[in-house]
Design a binder for this molecule. Sequence first.
Ligand SMILES: Nc1ncnc2c1ncn2[C@@H]1O[C@H](COP(=O)(O)OP(=O)(O)OP(=O)(O)O)[C@@H](O)[C@H]1O
Ligand SMILES: [Mg+2]
Length: 451
Amino acid sequence: MPYHNVPVLIVDDDPDMRTLLQDILEDHQYRVLLAQEGQEGLNHLANEPCSVILTDLRMKGMAGLELLNQAVKEFPQSNVIIMTAFGTVESAVEAMKHGAYDYLTKPIKTDELLVTVDKAMKEASLRREVADLRRQVTREFAFSQIIGKSKPMREVFDLIRRVANTKSNILITGESGTGKELVARAIHYNSERRQNPFVPVNCAAIPELLLESELFGHVKGAFTDAKVDKRGLFEESQTGTLLLDEISELPMMLQAKLLRAVQEHEIRRVGSTRAVSIDTRLIAATNVNLSEEVKAKRFREDLYYRLNVIEIQLPPLRERKEDIPLLADALLKRYKEKEISPTALGLLMDYQWPGNVRELENVIERAATLTQGTQITVEDLPHTIREMGGERQTIESGAEHFLPLEKLEQRYIARILEKTEGNKYQAARILGIDRKTLYRKLSELKNTQKN
Ligand SMILES: Nc1ncnc2c1ncn2[C@@H]1O[C@H](COP(=O)(O)OP(=O)(O)OP(=O)(O)O)[C@@H](O)[C@H]1O
Ligand SMILES: [Mg+2]
């Protein structure tokens, strides 16, 4: 049975007890790890996840209850079974309140031990399965979540497909809100590593002093707060993908350490001399121009070239305006029975979107919340967008020459067609007319041009 691959951790300071439990469990195809007290147990857990922890309550060193508390906090994937001497059942009940899975009373009966461990194992493996399923679902959505039909986005999709299964490090660049994290996820979930972890870390969000131990882990005693060994994100993303977001914010000292990790495929936890070999796919992302940072000597050139083996540049939204109706539609699906008026959509297409898709997301959310009816209208859009709107521009440019209404309409139609790259379906939607009407107006336009 597959779940037997994940070990059971036995924590007891009595060597006879350890051997007894080990023998019984190993006889029944369980893999077993042994520890004499809580701290040693936690160190095992830091190195390898366990499904079940079988621990005595009273021990020299770190006692069972403290181990339980730490495990519940740091290793929630493990089920803790408490072993307690006959007549001290209250302490076991206390442990259950702290999150223990079950308890056994000593002397341990073989049958009872096997039934309880088996139940705890199955429960843990079920939880893992659910987590895996959830990951699979995310994977299936990962690609369909990226919306865009414009040429620059089609190039991005193409690149994602081609690089997903290579080992190359990737640098994703693009303004804030253009979908860098989304693309990083799509690469991971389209690669052979999809079953393994995808671990994103924002280098700008973690205080400089913590970042090193966050990335590379530490051993107990490496610094004052290092009470137990800890795996860093490099180890957490082992066999998976590590996204280093806002890479330009990585301090120089860590740039050197990262370079070593990339070159040698191994890392050292803070305070340790032991090298841990690393099989992690690295994706870096940034919204600043890294080569400028290199020129300004704020970013190491050698690291830049190591990370930037393949670059994926995400276009700003204003350079792919034809995707705006698609995005608006997809975002509106979150708010059932709401749609957007053609004029409002036209305004969205004329806006410059400094915050890109994230800003569009916010605008749609706000409008869908504000609108009284089912249709989002110009009034539901923020001032900035209304004022920069294309309607005003068109009317104003028309006013300069005092065009007849019919001419103004024709110009406007021509302009929208230009924007939609000749897509009549989209143009009709934006203009708020059906396609037939658009065709009629276009043939009228042709006729006037002929005359
Ligand atoms: N092409 C797209 N299709 C659908 N949604 C998108 C697209 N691009 C971005 N988004 C959405 O916009 C939001 C911002 O995307 P994401 O966080 O990936 O951007 P980012 O480039 O990492 O931004 P930042 O530089 O601010 O971290 C997310 O909610 C994401 O789902
Ligand atoms: Mg991001």
